[in-house]
Design a protein around this ligand. Structure first.
Ligand code: F3S
Length: 61
């Protein structure tokens, strides 16, 4: 599984980076996801981050 953040939708609330810093980090006020596969240990937190995003900017696939 990989995570993607739509930079045109993210409002920079930082929730995802707080919930799953292994996958999401803030860059210039916008979240960026790692380009690698999500480690199996991080999948639950990454999904929580996706579900918590107030503007649904995150896709995990
Ligand atoms: Fe942006 Fe949503 Fe994260 S608004 S900072 S992708 S929780």
């Amino acid at each position: 599984m990989k995570a993607f953040v739509d930079e045109n939708v993210c409002i920079g609330c930082e929730l995802c980076a707080g919930i799953c810093p292994e996958v999401f980090s803030m860059d210039d006020g916008i979240s960026v996801a790692i380009t690698e596969e999500i480690a199996s240990d991080d999948e639950i937190a990454a999904n929580d981050a996706m579900d918590s995003c107030p503007v649904n900017a995150i896709t995990i696939d």
